[in-house]
Design a protein around this ligand. Structure first.
Ligand SMILES: Cc1ncc(COP(=O)(O)O)c(C=O)c1O
Length: 395
């Protein structure tokens, strides 16, 4: 492979003529902002995951902010989560003037550790909510987390940014707590470029989030965006946010939603290629697995102590061979803001730190195809020094 012209991207959206036609339809309709497309997207998404309330927002970050606000999180409250996540999960807690309390991830996992969470809840005053993050698309053990939430009187929010369309025997990840939030950011399995969806069964939470999503308008004012007979009259009853999704993006989301199960199949096939190539290789550790993996990420780990190469060297060598990769995540307890505010060091959460030091995410996207996945796998094996892997410089 020519490394300059045939670079294998870490992530790529799958957009075709149907998405283009949907955007053109909205452009020509004369109605660009939130309207009938968004309402249809919400209805179709809600039916897909099986939830009575689905609210389209302009990002998962906004959705998480709305979720915590609707639950009533504010100054003096504490929200528990794991540091193995993107900053949004914790930043929205700070936006509301509350504090974040971190606990570790489980050994060998990117998801929250139940013992560590239990200890945190038993020693933290005013902990009002838990945010469970389904890292990479692997659902957390929601039954056990729900039991802990109930025991300590906490609301349970799912950061489901990675986990569409993860489905477990209990239902879709994102619908297994009090509120769930999905992301449709450009690298996500279904995308609207930027966007997200808040889902809940709770009528009160839905009504509050709906109002706060749109400037704190009363319901009648919100209706003026969609009603046939628009009125100029509105009342502001809260100091709300501007977090709505425009029809232009919702139209893309509706098409992507129809393809979601096919996208998942394609991603699964790529994960299977990687699993087959890497299983039993002493210098590599396969991603954790479990029921309902969405395979948003394929996060491999290196074992330089068992003959593998260091993570940074593998990232570098893959890049030289024209293969993109990424690292999920640099844990929040090592980020200056959280480390300073909560006096944390890498040793505070040894499991999260150990996972971070060794992890890298390989290309996985629909449209990539198993042939390309085989070439990526071959490059990883060659760099890791696995006997029998091809010794070509380029994949
Ligand atoms: C775990 C997690 N939560 C939340 C977000 C925020 O998503 P968005 O970019 O849609 O705001 C991300 C972004 O990638 C994420 O990885």
């Amino acid at each position: 492979m020519n490394r300059n012209t045939d670079f294998i991207a870490f992530a790529r959206p799958s957009l075709g003529e149907e998405e283009e036609e949907a955007v053109l339809r909205v452009l020509r309709s004369g109605w660009l902002t939130t309207g009938s497309e968004t309402l249809s997207f919400e209805r179709e998404f809600g039916e897909f995951v099986g939830t009575p309330h689905a609210l389209a927002v302009n990002s998962a970050t906004s959705g998480l902010h709305l979720a915590l606000e609707a639950i009533g999180i504010g100054p003096g409250d504490v929200v528990a989560t794991s540091p193995y996540t993107f900053t949004s999960t914790a930043a929205v807690v700070r936006h509301l003037g509350a504090e974040v309390a971190f606990c570790d991830v489980a050994p060998g996992s990117y998801n929250i550790d139940l013992d560590s969470l239990g200890r945190l809840l038993s020693t933290t005053k005013n902990c009002r909510a838990i945010i469970a993050v389904h890292v990479g698309g692997l659902p957390c053990d929601m039954r056990s987390i729900r039991a802990l939430a109930k025991r300590y009187g906490c609301a349970l929010v799912e950061d489901a940014a990675h986990s569409f369309p993860s489905v477990t025997e209990e239902g879709y990840a994102g619908t297994l707590g009090d509120v769930g939030v999905y992301s449709f950011y450009a690298t996500k399995t279904i995308t609207t470029g930027e966007g997200g969806m808040l889902v809940t069964k709770d009528d009160r939470v839905a009504a509050r989030a709906e109002k706060m999503r749109m400037h704190g308008f009363d319901r009648a004012a919100w209706d003026r965006y969609t009603a046939k007979k628009a009125s100029w009259r509105y009342a502001v009853t809260e100091a709300g946010f501007k977090y709505n999704m425009p029809d232009l993006l919702a139209a893309i989301g509706r098409v992507q939603l129809r393809k979601a199960n096919r996208f998942l199949e394609e991603r699964r096939a790529i994960a299977e290629v990687y699993d087959a190539a890497f299983s039993g290789v002493p210098g590599l550790e396969l991603p954790p697995r479990g029921e309902g993996h969405a395979w948003h990420l394929y996060s491999l780990r290196t074992r330089s102590d068992r003959g593998g190469v260091a993570r940074d060297d593998l990232v570098e060598a893959l890049s030289e061979r024209g293969v993109g990769s990424s690292v999920h995540f640099i844990p929040l307890h090592t980020m200056p803001y959280y480390a300073e505010r909560y006096r944390l060091t890498p040793e505070s959460f040894p499991n999260a730190s150990s996972m971070f030091e060794r992890t890298l995410s390989l290309p996985i996207w629909q449209g990539m195809g198993v042939g390309v996945a085989e070439r990526v796998a071959e490059a990883v094996l060659e760099i890791t020094g696995v006997p029998g892997s091809h010794s070509r410089r380029d994949v």
